[in-house]
Ligand binder design. Structure first.
Ligand code: ARG
Length: 470
């Protein structure tokens, strides 16, 4: 900024409210006040809102048909100028609403001044922003469906591939690759349902709430609500202009989704390491090192892992903006947009990148299977066998199994490698049949309880989800 404090950015008072002002704003006032630098992203929504409002002003007889026609044509011209990049945005005109209206006046003259009848920038900005956020909820829905479909393909291909399941990142029990993929389907499925809920709840129109109290003009709020795809007009004008719950619901749903993406990204980083080799990420979603020729880095996964910070940060920031505001509009609320724009951009990018990575990655079936059998992963199956076949209390079975794990560990072998005599040293009743349950395939096949890891269970969940995202 080249202006010094106290300098005037322009001598003329504002053309929208200059009546009671003798002078224009200080340059610093103009800089802190302007939102056009970012709210130009809502140009299409602003013009859609104005077109709906103008058509309603015509239909209700508040404006002459000739004025409405001029406004409609003029707004279309403004939109095409914005789309082709020829529109000159002005910081002095503060925001997208006044930039559009001022240009409309240049194009059509006097009727432009009638467009703002029965509305205010307060209901206008709430409407524009809602329309913008609604588009993002729709985009998030599509992005989530695409990701879920990619996960379902992975799950279906490896519904019965064995791998270790972890708790504390320590080998716990064998599970299937399909089951692990389907865990993420459940998580992203909840995100999908949150996004749909938020959309259903937010879809009321603020337009016509005017500054805060409604208007004395005989406007038709149902008509504008319908024209803009809202289910109904918002029922309280004070709430309509001061509500930003819709943005907060988007940000909180986005935060939880980003947290899920981050957890999955973390697994991909671990799984693609030389120590795990559970998956091979495609070249298309990896980068190399400028110094170490052998490197193939999971950069996309790492960046996705980091995105949750800025998205959750946006949620926190907007909560803080809103938390102390008295009803109704306060200029603080202009600080609602940049964070939401940034969060939306990054969520969509993260969803797309994750979908691409999942679609392209290959699970290394042999590495998964080798790891599935290590770490005494079938110890619980052994304990369950002692309960089922020998009738031991589970606590005793747990203890006996523990001594066998310690024995195998001291010998440097896995549980199935112990001899029958060694098994019997822990409990004389053990027979050779015990070895049947020590295999990982048998272990996963046995877990047939609803939601369990048995391939039959996994396949039925895949079928259920395929229908849900068909
Ligand atoms: N640029 C403003 C915003 O984004 C528009 C609403 C201004 N309303 C007002 N009463 N100053 O919030």
């Amino acid at each position: 900024m080249t202006d010094t404090p106290g300098s005037k950015s322009s001598n003329a008072s504002n053309q929208m409210w200059g009546g009671r002002f003798a002078a224009g704003p200080d340059a610093i006032m103009e800089a802190i006040n302007a939102s056009i630098g970012f709210d130009k992203r809502m140009a299409a929504q602003d013009i859609a809102g104005s077109r709906a409002h103008a058509a309603m002003l015509g239909a209700t007889g508040i404006l002459e048909p000739s004025d409405v026609d001029a406004i409609r044509e003029g707004l279309l011209t403004v939109l095409s100028e914005i789309e082709d990049g020829s529109f000159q945005f002005s910081t002095a005109l503060e925001d997208i609403h006044m930039n559009v209206e001022a240009r409309l006046k240049e194009i059509i003259g006097e009727p432009a001044g009638r467009l703002h009848t029965g509305r205010s920038r307060n209901d206008q900005v709430a409407t524009d922003f809602k329309l913008w956020v609604r588009d993002q909820l729709d985009a998030a829905e599509s992005g989530l469906v695409a990701l879920i479909r990619a996960l379902l393909d992975q799950a279906e291909a490896g519904a019965d591939w064995v791998m270790p399941g972890f708790t504390h990142l320590q080998t716990a029990q064998p599970v299937t690759w399909g089951h692990h993929m389907m865990a993420y389907v459940e998580m992203f499925g909840r995100d999908l349902s949150r996004v749909r809920d938020a959309r259903a709840r937010m879809n009321t129109s603020p337009l016509g709430a005017a500054a805060l109290a409604g208007t004395s003009f005989p406007i038709d709020r149902d008509m504008t609500a319908k024209a803009l795809g809202f289910d109904a007009p918002a029922a309280n004008s004070l709430d309509a202009v001061s509500d930003r719950d819709f943005a907060l619901e988007f940000l909180s749903a986005a935060s939880i989704c980003a947290m899920h993406l981050s957890r999955f990204a973390e697994e991909l980083v671990i799984w693609s390491s030389a120590q795990f080799r559970f998956v091979t990420l495609s070249d298309r979603f990896s980068t190399g090192s400028s110094i170490m020729p052998q490197k193939k880095n999971p950069d996309a996964a790492e960046l996705i892992r980091a995105k949750v910070g800025r998205i959750f940060g946006a949620n926190t920031a907007l909560m803080m903006v809103m938390k102390g505001l008295p009803l109704t509009y306060s200029k603080d609320m202009q600080e609602d947009k940049e964070q939401v724009f940034d969060a939306a951009d990054n969520l969509m990018l993260a969803l797309a990148a994750m979908t691409g990575m999942v679609a392209d990655m290959s699970a290394n079936r042999d590495s998964l299977a080798a790891a599935a059998g290590s770490g005494f992963s079938t110890a619980t199956d052994l304990a369950d066998w002692l309960v089922r076949v020998l009738g031991l209390p589970f606590r005793d079975a747990h203890h006996i199994t523990g001594t066998l794990v310690a024995l195998a560990e001291s010998k440097g072998c896995d549980l199935p490698d112990l001899t029958l005599d060694e098994m019997k040293s822990a409990h004389s009743g053990i027979t050779a049949e015990v070895f049947d349950v020590l295999g990982v395939e048998n272990s996963v096949n046995s877990r047939t309880s609803y939601g369990g890891t048995a391939p039959a269970q996994v396949r039925s969940q895949i079928a259920r989800w395929k229908e849900l995202v068909a």
